[in-house]
Design a protein around this ligand. Sequence first.
Ligand code: ADP
Ligand code: MG
Length: 249
Amino acid sequence: MNVVPINTTRASHSVSVRDLTLSFGSLTVLGNLNLDIHDGEFLVLLGSSGCGKSTLLNCIAGLLEPTEGQIFIKDKNVTWEEPKDRGIGMVFQSYALYPQMTVEGNLSFGLKVAGMAKEEIAKRIARAAEILQIEPLLQRKPAALSGGQRQRVAIGRALVRDVDVFLFDEPLSNLDAKLRSELRVEIKRLHQQLKNTMIYVTHDQIEALTLADRIAIMKSGVIQQLADPITIYNRPNNLFVAGFIGSPS
Ligand code: ADP
Ligand code: MG
């Protein structure tokens, strides 16, 4: 009799959230939530304001400690690891750039702190600047950049760290409509080029439908449906999903 190894068909998971509960005092924002994100997947967490998207992302990033449950990244239990040791890069809605440093300084700061060699830092900055088309901006300070340019630099800071997983928390919501659609295309291109895992939080249905490999629709801390955009649009699980995504039901 042939023995079939049981692991050969298991999809590789980049991020796994296991039985995650997060409470702020008596308010339980996430209750026993489970989610598996595949290697190289673009997963969008979609839901209206206050449903718990940022809380979930912050738990994955290590910025919030779960009340219960575990987080795995690349099959490693990172629940108790520092954010900097998780192999993730995070891009927020507000750019969180150091105002006193140039763009180059912002990009290199984390790498210098980590003790990386100068030549390697220069190489990484050159690559990120080329990918994000911010080469002419390297000697400027954040105050001299537009919102879209600042957000490119914020993405660049994750890019230079060569992380496995990118976490985006509503990165485009402070931008005007034109810039938003431009940067949406850019982020999509970045994902196609890097092929890394991206978890992207938004309340914007269009962003979700155009960017995602799969969408997880959340309401009150509970995932209502997890599927590819076409399935979500054509076959919503329930009236909430149908109403939120604007599909006929
Ligand atoms: P979203 O990102 O989907 O808009 P959040 O994850 O930020 O939602 O928030 C989910 C819920 O948790 C909201 O009701 C919010 O008020 C609450 N919340 C978030 N952060 C805290 C905190 N630090 N202390 C208490 N309540 C919080
Ligand atoms: Mg949020």
